[in-house]
Each structure stands twice: as structure tokens, then as C-alpha cells.
Design a binder for this molecule. Sequence first.
Ligand code: HSE
Length: 319
Amino acid sequence: MAPMNQWIKIKAPATVANMVCGFDILGFAVNSPYDEMEMRMVPYVENGPKIIIINIDQYNLPTDPEKNVAGAALNALLLEYEEQFSNTTIAFEVKINKLIKPGSGVGSSAASSAGAVVGANYLLGKPFTNDDLVRFAMNGEKVASGVKHADNIAPCIFGGVTLVRSIFPLEIIALPSPELHVTIVHPQIEVKTSDARSILKHQVLLKDAIKQWGNIAGLVAGLMKKDYDLIGRSLEDVIIEPVRSILIPGFDALKIACKKAGALGGGISGSGPSIFMLSKEKETALAVEAEMIKLYTGLGLAHHTYVTTINEKGVEVIN
Ligand code: HSE
């Protein structure tokens, strides 16, 4: 266990959930952007708070641990810690500097939740497994979107590409991937995950389901076989994207332009509004970025872009 009052620094990566065809089950972490956090254990004072959240960014997110995603995740961790190791008298102080804009669709809430529980686990001497940490962090996703999903949390904690085969009981499979370059554009509009989920149809046609699970299996096989063409062909979503893409200006034109520039494929990142594209070479990823900038500049829509790679480490504790 780390000494009381000793601050640690945490780096929590952004993540791209769904990976086009794998709604709520596939995701990967990226090297940029990422959130920075600092955390320490302090002695618990009777009737005092067990979790103290200090925001050091401009977003004014709630600091009440019940309403803050990192707070909700830490609450779940502390509850289980206290059950297993009675008589604990610790509290956590967390400073959060969000560099991943909330509501951008690249796992901003997951980064806070995952960063907090990985940090707490480190301070406590690592009593919990990564699977446990995903379980705790999902409580943060519940606060953010009303639903416990792990497709951002899992890659944020494990790094790389992950498959959430099941949530109850939790089963996460880390998938290998060949070298991939990722281009992300974040058009500056707001799409709330809860809204983007509420517009989805609750039933799918069997013919669409068959196409979708063919693509998911193809994508997983493509990643494992390092078959870039198979990866590209499998980045197709016939269920979620047709509904959600209407929320994102220029989506269809952007996809066509990026593929023409050489991208393997891509689509909505998580629930949007960010869009991501995968490329085999960095030069292609940069050409894709140029297309994204051209399109959104043409539409007069402010935007941010990132050209990055898959982050294999997940949340990092830096001393
Ligand atoms: N799988 C989730 C969704 C991710 O698409 O709603 C949210 O970031």
C-alpha cells in the first residue's frame, strides 16, 4: 500500500467504442488525447467525505461523488474494499484535468472512471484485478449515460483492442492488432450518449443481424490474422450507424472522402459526434485528416482532429 498523502499522477487514454460493427462490445484505446489526474489517499475523518473530487479544468463537472463519474466508480471500489478489508479508515482525493472534452464520443467519462479506479487500486497495493476495476468503473458509465457498458472502460484499463463478450458475468478478451493509424475528427456539436441511445431501434431484422455478426467475426479475425483488407471490409455497421449518422453533419460524404484517401474504413466513434478512420500507414492517416479538415471547413463547422495510434498500455500510473 502506498503511504498516506503521497500524490500519484495518472494518464487515462481516450477510447473509440463500438469499432463500427461491435456496438457495446468492441473498443480500442488511443495514444492521444488523454486525461491527466492526480490522486492520493488521506486518513478518513469521521463524518467527513470518503471521496473528494477537485476539477482543475474548465468543464465544471459535478464534484458530488454520486454525480461525478470518477466518484461513482470510486464509491463502488471503496464499498467492495471495505467489505473485504474491514476497519478501513481511508479517503481518496482526486484532481481531474480533463483533456478529453466531455461529450466528444471518445470515452471522456470512461477515462475519468477508469483512471480513478486504476489509481485507487495502485494506492491500495493492487488488491483488485483489471476485471474488478472494469466492474467498478462501469458505475461511472451508468452516471454518464444511464447504462453500464464496458466498451470504453475495458480498452481504457487493458489498453489495445478489447472485446466485451459478456457484462454479466464480466468477460473481457484482449485482442491483438496489427499496426494501425487512427484519425479522429471531433465536429464541435454536442451529441449526448443517452440521446444517441434513445433513438436506437429495439429490434433488428434477421438479415441485418446476420450481416452484423459476419462483420464482427470478420473484424476480430482480421485483427488476429493482421489482414488489413479483411479489417477494412468488416468495418461496416448496418444496425446502429444508419440511425445515428443523421445526428452528424457531413457523415456520409466524410466517409466516402476518407476511404478515397486510402483509409481502411471507420465510422462513428462511440455514440459520436467524433468520427474515426483506420489506416495502414501514417501518411494515409494524415491524408485522411486533410479530408476531414477540408469537409468541416467547407461546412463551416468548428472541429478538432487527432492523428494517433492504438494505445497498448491503458491507464498509466506515473510517479
Ligand atoms: N457503446 C456505447 C454507445 C458507447 O455507442 O452508446 C458510448 O460511448
